[in-house]
Write a protein that binds this ligand. Structure first.
Ligand SMILES: [Zn+2]
Length: 151
């Protein structure tokens, strides 16, 4: 286990593994982990058996709820979350892509009414493999990458 995780063990917290390379930093920002005082260890561009590279995040004293695990799927659809207690993995689960994202993303369409009305943004997952999301308000569909360009 230790060898597989590639970075030092933590006593209590979460290990997010199998993050696609270059998404790790985005995840830190999205969940505002850059503002926490918890100890965080990140591995970027780690080698995997399949020859691709991945990112990995270890964060102490922090656990993901279901909503956060779903949001993680936006960045890392194949990620696994390991919950650590007393240096042991007590729970391990794969993130699940939800059928919709509410109040997470801002619509790339600048004419969309969601920007001018006091509403929560709402996107439906239209296509999973290369993630496509459809806005509830303007009904336009966008590739996942379109949202990144807005950052
Ligand atoms: Zn829209």
């Amino acid at each position: 286990m230790q060898k597989k995780l590639q970075v030092e063990a933590i006593e209590q917290g979460s290990v997010i593994d199998h993050i696609p390379a270059h998404q790790g930093v985005k995840i830190l920002k999205f969940f505002k982990f850059t503002q926490t005082n918890e100890k965080i260890t990140i591995g970027l561009n780690l080698a995997t058996k399949s020859g691709e590279s991945k990112d990995l995040i270890k964060i102490e004293n922090t656990f993901f709820n279901d909503k956060q695990a779903n949001q993680l799927a936006l960045f890392a659809p194949n990620a696994t979350i390991n919950q650590i207690k007393d240096f042991k993995v007590v729970n391990k689960f794969k993130v699940q892509l939800p059928s919709s994202f509410i109040d997470v993303l801002s619509c790339p369409n600048s004419n969309c009414i969601s920007h001018n009305e006091p509403v929560q943004s709402r996107f439906y997952v239209k296509q999973k493999k290369t993630l496509k999301l459809k806005c509830h308000y303007c009904e336009k569909s966008f590739n996942r990458a379109t949202f990144d360009e807005l950052d």
